[in-house]
Structure formats: structure tokens, C-alpha cells
Design a protein around this ligand. Structure first.
Ligand code: ADP
Ligand code: MG
Length: 605
């Protein structure tokens, strides 16, 4: 028998390799643009024709190549970026495998023009299907131009697999976006079929995002910045109220390399959890910088996955960074509560005669950070007193507080059913509050609104350690099994921050001597059992998540339920407090709290 194994010629081997590296025109775009970045270019122009099928051209003003290198660069495993195995653990360049150009040349007609600054003339090489067809010296500016023509000209099967020009163009724009986002100091253009689609000037990341996604992003972004020894996180998130119904605008980078990472995505989603509606997605543009040795560098050129040595640490830092960014900014909505001169929604005779609807003067500390460790000295103080306990209603205190409106309240309390009353606040079905604002009519879910108000209040108390406690006249005993007792012990410091006063009597029994002021009149034992139940379900090592869970449970338990009658003062107070919240639109469970009926649009005024 004859031996049967043959070594494939390079041209065939390259073509096989190309199948993996260059799947579509956008793959070639990515490789050529990354090479231009690695070459230190400050201006990179991308030109495509027929969605890259007939031409992809990348022009850069980078370091250029010598005549020898220009010839060598098309060889497989030809790279200037690493030379030893150790180098694999310190990669700072986008490429390092030395296969992109070999792959592209195997399946296209490539023209390379390149010149180093120090050289008098440049080199031009034409390589078709891995065969050098022409080489000459040419005069040119320093830098490199790669023109890739007729991609897949010798692999018709692959050419036929390409999607519609629109789809391929979308892929190209996406790759262009990923490359340009993290290099805002570099200028880029993208021209397709003679039309300039993008002209990105050198600037900062925010300007780059605006250049790519539109100037409206100027006001939509919140900066995220977190430096720690091992991980540095920088970038922007899109404010909760601009979250979109479709994915997209979710850009993670590791050392400026675009990645997809479901677990880290969860860190952001989780940080936004109680702020954006369930059917919307958070937007972000975030670079995670780590020591190259702390990630698995064996990254396949077409893959966007990356493995971190300590992904849990990255998760925790990312989560905290996003929480901080959200907390530092006031995300309250832009409903205009100023006077409503030309909007006469008739709530009855008294409403007209009484005060105009004015945004209550609630002091909002825009710099307030609910996640700051030290208690804030600019403590947040709503104008009104705390919301009265619905369990204690009717609350006589309101008469004293709002003397001049006592009559209205009285009327409301005795007559208010589901018919309109002479009031600016109207309760429907004992579950919804109707009121007017400048732009229309608000319909507010009272239960969800109160959950939001309490949630933010408890979160602040947890951060500032200033929950107000109410002493129990008769201390109650809470008996637990060993397991629950140890869980409760874990939670004790936080429970105390919320206003619980507890003492461990023996390994499984706790005496409840005080409860949060907001929990007056409710069964403390039941409340703590509920907290433990939820803690068991959502147990986490992240301190922040623990606080969120606690605040959520307590808010849900202590909030006004549907089918609870409210006085006008109570409604007004609740609405005031809701719109003093960081986030007024959605409850911590992601449900919409109110709808705004825009009267002018509705009736086409
Ligand atoms: P890699 O980027 O993994 O090194 P490539 O096949 O993409 O492999 O490129 C091979 C080599 O060609 C690079 O290492 C670099 O030295 C050179 N090269 C490619 N593109 C450029 C460019 N635009 N400017 C200067 N040198 C380049
Ligand atoms: Mg490369």
C-alpha cells in the first residue's frame, strides 16, 4: 500500500482556516480595522461597496510596513505582536494570531499599499487567493491601505450563503460601532456606496456615543467609574427612563475588546432591577480593564466570549459601580407640575375655587447617594410628615397639619366613594388616585406608589443607619429553628438599621423590643418570618442585594394595599412623596406605577 497522507498546500490550508475567521464581510472589516488600531493609527477610514461584497477598503495613517513585512503579512502565523509563548499572557493588541490577513487573502483579491514614515517609497502588493500577483514600489503617504475586492470570489458556496445586502450592512455597522466605541480618541469615517454614513471626530467616550447613536444621548447617559486594584470599570449606562423595548446598545468590552457575557449582563440588569419596566432592556457602554493575565487570552477571532480568572469579583464590582451611578443621579421623571393655566379639567366647583395645582416644594438632594456608606449630613427630609399608618386611620393628625383643608377632608371622608368629589385628588375603586398635572391626567396605582416610596425610604435607612424605632409595649418572643435563627443573626445589623430592636434570649429565641415606626400596628413576628422567607429565597453574599431584598420585602409588606380608602391629604402626601423618589415610574418589581393621559393630545387641542 502507498502512504496516503499528504500535506495540504498553504493556499488550501488558508482557505480552510479562512472559513472560520472570515464568515462574512463584517469579519474582514473587523480584522482590518483592528490591524489599523494596532498600527497606532489616529485616522481610520472604512469604505465599502455592495455591503462589502465587492469592496472593503480600510485606510489608516499608522506605522506602515517595510517591503519585506508587506510580503510576509499574508503568511499564516505571521505576526509582529507576539514572539514567545509568555507573550500570550500580556496581550495588549487586538490581534496576535497572525491569521487574519492570510485568511482574507485566501478568499479575496487583496491590494495592499503601505509605507513607513522612514521609507522614501511605499510598497504595493496584489495577492489573489494566497498568490502574490504583483509587487511594486509606489509613492504614497505614510500608513496602510488594504482593499479587499470580491470577497469569496473563489468560494462560490460561501458567497451564496451571504444574507441580503441590508443584513450584511447591519453587521458591518455593528462591527464598526464596536471598534470605534472604545477608541474615541481616534477619528473614523464609514462610507458605503459613496455615501458617508459616519464621521466620528476624535473626542471622549460620551462624544463618541453621541456620534454613533445620536445627539439625544447627551442627556441620556450616566457615567460609571470604578477603580479597584484588580478591575477598573469605565463607561456609561443609559438612564432607566430611556431603557428601550429592544435589546441593542449593550456594549461590554474587556480591555477595549468587545465581548458578550451573560453573567456580567445580569450584574447590570440586576442593578437596574427595580427601576426599569419588565419589558425593557438596560443600555450600557462599559469597558472592563483587567490585567491581561487575569483573562483567558485564547480568544478565537470570531468569538466574543472571554473567561475571567475571578468572574465573581468582576460581577460584584460592576454591580456596585452601576448601583452607584444610578444612586448618584436623580432619575425622577420629567412630569411638569407647574401651574396649569390652559388646562381646565373640571373636578367640581371647589377645585376651581381652591388652590391651583402646584408642585409641592419637596427638597431633593440631587447629589444624594443612597449607597454611600457614611450617613449623609444633608439628610433627605420630605416637606410633609411621614405617611400616616393606614392601619390607624382615620388619622386625626391630618386635621391639625392641614387646618385650612379640614373641611374638604371631612367632606371627602364622609362622602368619598367612587363618584367624583370636590377635590384635586380623586380616589377610584379605592385603589387608584387620579390627579392633574400640566400635561394631563395622572392615574396612579396607590399600592405600587406606596411600595416605591417605602422601598426608597428603607434603602436610605439601611445606608444611613437611621431607621426610626417604635418601642413595643409588650416585647414579643420570636422562636425559630436553628437554621432560621442563624439566618436572622446574619440579618440583625441590617434589621437594626431599619428600626428593629431585638435581643437574642437563647440560641433559637429572639425578643422583639422595638419595630420600625412604619410597622406600627402590624404583627412583628409575622413580618420577621416573611423577611426570613424572602431572605432564604434570594440569599446572596452581596451586601447591596441583601439591602435591596430587605427593603423590597418590607415595602411590600407595609404598603397600602388596593381597596383601602384614602383621605385627600393622604393621597396628596403619597403623590408628593412618590415624585420625590429617585424613580417614580416603576415599582421595585418593575410594574408601572402610573399612566399619564395627555389631554391635549387626546382631544387634539
Ligand atoms: P495579527 O493582527 O494577529 O498579528 P494579521 O494577519 O491581522 O495578524 O496581521 C499580520 C501582521 O501584519 C500584523 O502583525 C502586523 O505586523 C501587520 N499589519 C497588518 N495590518 C497592518 C496595518 N494596517 N499597518 C501596519 N501593519 C499591519
Ligand atoms: Mg490582525
Amino acid at each position: 500500500m502507498l502512504d496516503v497522507i499528504k500535506l495540504l498546500p498553504d493556499s488550501v490550508a488558508n482557505q480552510i482556516a479562512a472559513g472560520e475567521v472570515i464568515q462574512r464581510p463584517a469579519s474582514a472589516v473587523k480584522e482590518l480595522m483592528e490591524n489599523a488600531l494596532d498600527a497606532g493609527a489616529t485616522q481610520i477610514d472604512l469604505v465599502v461597496k455592495d455591503a462589502g461584497k465587492s469592496l472593503i477598503m480600510v485606510v489608516d495613517n499608522g506605522c506602515g510596513m517595510s517591503e519585506t513585512d508587506a510580503r510576509l503579512c499574508f503568511e499564516r502565523h505571521a505576526t509582529s505582536k507576539i514572539s514567545r509563548a509568555e507573550d500570550l499572557f500580556a496581550i495588549r493588541t487586538m490581534g496576535f494570531r497572525g491569521e487574519a490577513l492570510a485568511s482574507i487573502a485566501a478568499i479575496a483579491q487583496v491590494e495592499l499599499k503601505t509605507r513607513r514614515k522612514e521609507d522614501e517609497v511605499g510598497t504595493k502588493i496584489i495577492n489573489e487567493g494566497s498568490v502574490v500577483k504583483e509587487q511594486s514600489l509606489i509613492p504614497m503617504l505614510a500608513g496602510t491601505t488594504f482593499s479587499v475586492k470580491n470577497l469569496f470570489f473563489n468560494v462560490p458556496a460561501r458567497r451564496n450563503f451571504l444574507k441580503s445586502p441590508q443584513a450584511e450592512m447591519r453587521h458591518i455597522v455593528e462591527e464598526f460601532t464596536r471598534v470605534t466605541l472604545m477608541n474615541p480618541e481616534i477619528s473614523f469615517t464609514l462610507t458605503a456606496d459613496g455615501k458617508e454614513l459616519y464621521h466620528l471626530y476624535s473626542g471622549n467616550l460620551k462624544q463618541r456615543i453621541m456620534g454613533l447613536f445620536g445627539n439625544s444621548y447627551e442627556s441620556k447617559l450616566l457615567p460609571v467609574n470604578q477603580d479597584s486594584e484588580k478591575v477598573r470599570i469605565h463607561g456609561y449606562i443609559v438612564k432607566a427612563e430611556h431603557a428601550r423595548k429592544t435589546r441593542g446598545e449593550q456594549y461590554f468590552f474587556v480591555n477595549k475588546r468587545f465581548i458578550k457575557h451573560a453573567y456580567l449582563h445580569h450584574a447590570i440588569e440586576n442593578a437596574f432591577m427595580e427601576m426599569i419596566p419588565k419589558d425593557s432592556f438596560p443600555g450600557y457602554f462599559i469597558n472592563i480593564e483587567v490585567d491581561p493575565a487575569d483573562i483567558d487570552i485564547n480568544i478565537h477571532p470570531t468569538k466574543t466570549e472571554v473567561n475571567f480568572l475571578d468572574v465573581k469579583l468582576v460581577y460584584a464590582i460592576l454591580h456596585a459601580a452601576v448601583r452607584k451611578a444610578i444612586g448618584q443621579h436623580n432619575l425622577s421623571p420629567t412630569i411638569d407640575f407647574t401651574e396649569t393655566p390652559n388646562l381646565n379639567i373640571d373636578f367640581g366647583e371647589v377645585a376651581k375655587a381652591s388652590r391651583p395645582l402646584v408642585m409641592p416644594d419637596v427638597p431633593i438632594d440631587a447629589n444624594y447617594n443612597p449607597f454611600r456608606q457614611t450617613p449623609s449630613n444633608q439628610e433627605f427630609k420630605p416637606k410633609w410628615n411621614e405617611f400616616p399608618q393606614h392601619r390607624d386611620r382615620p388619622s386625626g393628625d391630618w386635621r391639625q397639619l392641614y387646618g385650612e383643608r379640614t373641611d374638604i377632608n371631612k367632606g371627602a371622608e364622609t362622602e368619598m366613594e367612587e363618584t367624583p368629589t370636590n377635590s384635586q385628588y380623586l380616589q377610584v375603586n379605592q385603589s387608584y388616585i387620579v390627579t392633574t398635572v400640566k400635561s394631563g391626567i395622572l392615574l396612579i396605582d396607590q399600592h405600587l406608589a406606596h411600595i416605591r416610596v417605602l422601598f426608597e425610604k428603607f434603602l436610605k435607612q439601611l445606608e444611613n443607619h437611621n431607621g426610626i424605632s417604635q418601642q413595643e409595649l409588650f416585647p414579643q418572643a420570636l422562636s425559630l429553628n436553628m437554621n432560621d435563627a442563624s439566618l436572622l443573626k446574619e440579618l440583625l445589623p441590617e434589621l437594626e438599621n431599619l428600626g428593629f430592636v431585638m435581643e437574642q434570649a437563647n440560641p433559637t429565641t429572639f425578643m422583639i423590643n422595638g419595630t420600625p415606626a412604619d410597622a406600627t400596628g402590624c404583627d412583628a413576628v409575622q413580618l420577621l418570618e416573611k423577611i426570613l422567607d424572602n431572605y432564604k429565597i434570594n440569599r446572596t453574599d452581596l451586601q447591596l442585594d441583601r439591602k435591596l431584598n430587605l427593603a423590597k420585602t418590607l415595602a411590600a409588606q407595609l404598603s397600602i394595599k388596593a381597596q383601602t380608602r384614602l383621605t385627600e391629604a393622604e393621597m396628596q402626601n403619597l403623590v408628593d412623596q412618590l415624585f420625590a423618589c429617585n424613580v417614580a415610574e416603576v415599582a421595585p418589581n418593575g410594574k408601572k406605577i402610573y399612566v399619564l393621559l395627555n389631554v391635549e393630545e387626546f382631544f387634539e387641542k
